[in-house]
Design a protein around this ligand. Structure first.
Ligand SMILES: Nc1ncnc2c1ncn2[C@@H]1O[C@H](COP(=O)(O)OP(=O)(O)O)[C@@H](O)[C@H]1O
Ligand SMILES: [Mg+2]
Length: 321
């Protein structure tokens, strides 16, 4: 017998326009499978937060459809909110409550069974590393502590889908590590997770699959590894030369290089970035060929491509500027 599981999230031809003016989400379609961690990666203003607000039913689509666990969001708001754990980009905590009170309030709001509340809250405080601060006002917390509290608040009630919008925005390294580890734990528990980020390392560290968006549209999608292989290659070799008088065409015709970019620096040196599928072999060959052609290599280095290289190669600009 074949059991076909419905997608946890199904987004079809979704468009959202703010005030009849700003098209923040532009005909977006994608699915999220049960148990998958999907990362939505894109620069500021790409439309990530608007997309998750549409998923939460906070905003109503201008056109298109959003389904969670087979239910159309806009027609099942109460049910949908119960089923989703959400950490918004703006942490939205009450500064005059303690950590303990914050979680009690949320447990009440989301109908956590009375006899489970105490146990769950103390488990959440422990997960967030806040047990010894539980009776302190949120007002006295650092950015990282607030973010950790917001994270465990979102997982306090049992939900099928977790959505984290910029989970490590403005947090210190320790908090970030803690948050990442908690997200990995949730993945192991089989939860479905959607997160938005403009940090490439976060996307790389957590996502099973990535959707890169810009201007409200999908640019590409795949696993981090697939994206790099598809759009950049296995390696990037960076070559620094002085007084370079040729161009990309010459490099490709005469030296046989697959040039990714060529940047002329202020001091007269040129940085040539070359795509290579066999870096360790290509590197010595490249140096020899260049010097035989009268262009001595001043400096050379090799690295694996990053998601920023993928973004650059697809859009011509960097993810973060
Ligand atoms: N409340 C709003 N009113 C008008 N425009 C908005 C509002 N919120 C976001 N936008 C615009 O919509 C676009 C997408 O924003 P957003 O979804 O927040 O992107 P991201 O989360 O990827 O940074 C941006 O151009 C932003 O300026
Ligand atoms: Mg955002």
């Amino acid at each position: 017998m074949v059991i076909v599981l419905p997608f946890m999230v199904e987004i079809r031809d979704l468009t959202f326009v703010y005030d009849g003016q700003v098209k923040a989400v532009d005909n977006l379609s994608f699915n999220i499978e049960q148990g998958e961690i999907l990362g939505l990666l894109g620069p500021n203003g790409a439309g990530k937060s608007t997309t998750v607000k549409l998923l939460m039913g906070v905003l109503k689509p201008t056109s298109g459809s959003v389904k969670v666990a087979g239910l159309e969001v806009s027609e099942n708001l109460a049910e949908i909110r119960r089923r989703i754990g959400f950490m918004p980009q703006e942490t939205a905590l009450y500064h005059e409550l303690t950590a303990q009170e914050t979680l009690e309030y949320h447990a009440e709001l989301y109908g956590v069974p009375k006899n489970e509340i105490d146990e769950r809250i103390s488990r959440m405080l422990k997960l967030a590393g806040l047990t010894d601060r539980k009776d302190d006002l949120v007002r006295t917390f650092s950015g990282g502590m607030k973010r950790r509290l917001a994270l465990v608040r979102s997982i306090l009630h049992d939900s099928d889908l977790l959505i984290f919008d910029e989970m490590s925005l403005g947090v210190d390294v320790q908090s970030r590590n803690l948050i990442w580890n908690r997200v990995r734990d949730m993945k192991r528990e089989g939860r479905t997770i959607l997160f938005c980020t403009n940090y490439m390392d976060e996307a790389e560290a957590l996502a099973d699959r990535l959707i890169i968006i810009d201007h409200g549209r999908i640019i590409t999608e795949g696993t981090p590894r697939e994206l790099k292989q598809q759009h950049v290659g296995e390696y990037l070799i960076e070559v620094m030369v002085d007084d370079f008088e040729h161009d990309e065409f010459w490099l490709s015709q005469e030296i046989g290089l697959d040039v990714d970019s060529l940047v002329v620096g202020m001091t007269g040196s040129t940085l040539i970035t070359v795509k290579s599928d066999d870096g360790p072999k290509d590197l010595p060959r490249l140096i020899t060929a260049m010097s035989n052609a009268g262009v001595p290599v001043k400096q050379v280095s090799m690295r694996e491509p990053s998601l920023d290289d993928v973004f650059l190669s697809l859009t011509g600009s960097r993810l973060r500027d």
